[in-house]
Ligand binder design. Sequence first.
Ligand code: NAP
Ligand code: ZN
Ligand code: ZN
Length: 341
Amino acid sequence: MTRTVPAYAAPAPGAPLERTTIERRTPGPHDVLIDIAYSGICHSDIHQARDGWAEGIFPMVPGHEIAGTVAAVGDAVTRFAVGCLVDSCRTCEFCLAGQEQNCADGSTGTYNAIGRDGEPTYGGYATQVVVDENFTVRIPDSLPLDVAAPLLCAGITMYSPLRHWQAGPGKKVAVVGLGGLGHMGVKIAHALGAEVTVLSQSLRKREDGLKLGADHYHATADGKVFDELAGTFDLIVSTVSAPLKLGGYLKLLRPDGALVNVGAPEEPVSLNLFSLIGGRKTLAGSNIGGIPETQEMLDFCAEHGLGAEIEVIRADQINEAYERVVASDVRYRFVIDTATI
Ligand code: NAP
Ligand code: ZN
Ligand code: ZN
């Protein structure tokens, strides 16, 4: 027995998303049935709905920034969230260490994946979702559900590398790209006590960037910036969704600095390796975060009063929102009011 739930899906690669229905499994003893209130639009949804990363599973219901409520559970917790993962092997060294995203057997994505039951997973552009309780997190009471939703991917994807590479007092951190991920990176790095610089394509969003907590803001379209800021940063986190000329950004690092890439462009990039050799620099990547760290991030955001800057949209505006995200015209996350599905 399953339950039929309204959702928005891309029927085929690149096709506009349209209203449909999907089947959700009947909750098992360890499952939580969540009434979804808000679902964020991540640029990863667009890459996948347009099959830019290849091997997409269609029809596809995107959405891995899911905030909602559950009617009946054993304790007082009623505000639940689901991020990018809904399952993993739970027994490998990485799962046991709370790094389900690195599961040796492959973790199961919230959508565009085949679950361990052999069925495709469908994401948060829907009114309900059924998830194993071990893959849900609690939303602290002080965070409204709409501004909390984007934290489930944008928030954790920035929090995890900022913590791992020790952004904090005395550290100069640059965030490349002021979109959904980037704006949360600025807020979190600032709250961690780092000196924060935004490297955006233009100065269009400068006022916003400074309000979000950046100390400095530069436009990378002005090539002089790469000379002026050479050797400045301890850590650079790139959130750019398109191929980036990494060499120029590596030049901005201090010796022993790290450039951590979280952007997931559809095309490969090339790199002259000399840009790593001088100054013993690190080029690294980072992928979301595990479930315990996602909870830690939500608690951190609640403690510091951090939520996403959002534009709430109706479900019938999803396709238009996708176009605006691709045009870097998002301030700073679109969130679907799922009551409009
Ligand atoms: P987004 O809101 O579209 O932000 C990306 C920003 O990158 C844009 O706002 C823009 O900022 C900048 N940008 C875009 N095109 C550019 C170009 N051609 N050259 C230079 N800068 C450019 O997207 P998002 O949701 O933050 O996601 C960003 C990327 O991270 C996507 O590729 C997404 O798939 C990936 N992602 C990865 C993870 C992970 O775990 N690693 C998690 C979530 C998302 P400015 O206008 O300020 O220049
Ligand atoms: Zn995402
Ligand atoms: Zn595992």
